[in-house]
Design a protein. Structure first.
Length: 448
């Protein structure tokens, strides 16, 4: 990369991120608009092609048509390619965001960051990006191999069909995208650990983010040496995994429309899927439209938070949510500094967390109001759809298929902001530092 291009990217990283994703979406829309991409005669409607391209590039999984029957094999390859580019793109662009943030630190913090990230410039980041791409491709390979083996043993007599099903769902799962070639997603495999297990593995590991994965690789025997980011992400991920697992089983165990008719074994496997899928992936092993109100509320909370930073997960991210929690804890204790694991959290990080969280609340609220005006669906279903789109989760309560053109546009905007917006916001905040030579007089407004 030339010095001139490096300066252009460094001067406006947010514009670079947006332009990169818009170009991929535009290319995918044109390819899906071709007659060869649709299974039926003629081309797919432009809005259908655009919506699918946005959902695939933003690794969401919301669809307005049945993926398996509507699109041709060429269309399936295009969708899978968009998911792959979108997944790796999010991870690599998240790496750039981390570099930009660390590039604003002082000398001591730069040395600490260098030990963790091994990169502080665009020149050094190439090696880091190569490692990240190799790791995520290896993760995809593991998930694909496990799925192909299970499909071949239990469901398909021919290797070609088992291979294609394993590749498509393995790549989609590892990239936390909920696209499926089955009309019921993976409901038919609700009790099959050979299918649900690899999908959950890819979704959970990919959602941790590269900083956590690389640190665990190098320091897995020394938990006390883990960074604050790794501790927060890992422990919160485990807490959310087991917490949602038990909540899902409690409220769906006797639900006749979801888990009620299943055996105990299938309910346990279904609970695993029910705790992993709503965090960031659009697969579903039960009918979302028949979940209890308690489970839906839990899902809304989980979808909004998402997973780890610089990974395939969506939402405002676990660390953002936890930083806000520690800010509240420090305020209730009357402490001046916000501390986590004997480390002080800088004021800039606290302000970034507040900005991202309130921005997410604003986007979901605006999307919900817009969808309420454009549809006749219940408020619960509309909120679920808006949250799923913003969190790039991809699970649907059945509203997406019935949306008109303007409603589809609303979801596309939410998916784009939810996936690309977080990176652009954090890079913009990191690069936009104003240093005033004066401070205004202080005045305290009444809060609360």
């Amino acid at each position: 990369m030339s010095t001139y291009r490096q300066r252009r990217i460094l001067s406006n990283p947010a514009r670079f991120v947006v332009a990169a994703y818009l170009s991929v979406i535009g290319t995918g829309t044109i390819l899906l608009w071709l007659p060869v991409a649709a299974e039926h005669a003629g081309s797919a409607p432009f809005l259908t092609a655009l919506f699918t391209a946005v959902s695939a590039t933003c690794i969401t999984g919301l669809t307005v048509v049945d993926t398996g029957s509507y699109w041709s094999p060429f269309g399936h390859v295009v969708i899978l390619g968009l998911v792959q580019v979108g997944g790796l793109g999010i991870v690599t662009l998240g790496t750039f965001a981390a570099v930009f943030v660390r590039g604003r630190l002082g000398m001591r913090d730069r040395m600490a960051a260098q030990r963790d990230a091994r990169a502080l410039s665009l020149g050094d980041v190439r090696q880091l990006l190569a490692k990240i791409v190799r790791f995520f491709l290896l993760l995809e390979l593991v998930v694909v191999v496990l799925l192909v083996a299970r499909f071949r043993i239990a469901y398909y007599d021919q290797w070609d069909e088992a291979l294609w099903q394993g590749i498509f769902h393995g790549v989609a799962g590892a990239n936390s995208s909920g696209f499926s070639l089955y009309p019921d997603s993976v409901v038919r495999f609700v009790g099959d650990i050979g299918i649900i297990g690899p999908l959950c593995l890819g979704i959970f590991v990919g959602g941790l983010g590269y900083p956590v994965l690389f640190e665990l690789k190098n320091k897995w025997r020394r938990p006390r040496s883990w960074s604050v980011h790794t501790r927060m992400t890992l422990w919160a991920s485990m807490a959310m995994l087991f917490g949602v697992f038990f909540i899902f089983l409690i409220f769906e165990w006797r639900n006749p429309a979801t888990m009620g008719p299943l055996s105990v074994h299938d309910k346990i496997i279904g609970g695993l899927a029910g705790s992993v899928f709503p965090r960031t992936a659009g697969f579903n092993s039960v009918d979302i439209g028949y979940l209890t109100d308690e489970t839906v509320l839990t899902y809304l909370f989980v979808m909004f938070i998402g997973g780890g930073s610089a990974g395939t997960a969506g939402g405002i991210k676990l660390t953002t949510f936890l930083v806000l929690g520690y800010v509240m804890l420090a305020e209730m204790r009357g402490e001046r500094d916000v501390t986590v694991a004997h480390r002080r959290i800088p004021m800039e990080v606290q302000r970034q967390a507040i900005t991202i969280a309130l921005g997410g609340v604003g986007c979901v609220a605006a999307g919900t109001i817009a969808l309420t005006l454009l549809t006749e669906q219940t408020l619960q279903h509309v909120v679920f759809e808006a949250m799923s789109a913003f969190g790039t989760v991809g699970q649907s309560a059945g509203v997406t298929n019935d949306l008109n053109g303007p409603g589809q546009v609303v979801l596309m905007i939410l998916m784009f902001i939810g996936r690309v917006g977080t990176i652009t916001v954090i890079t913009s905040l990191a690069m936009n530092h104003r240093h005033r030579r004066y401070r205004l007089a202080e005045e305290r407004p009444i809060v609360g």
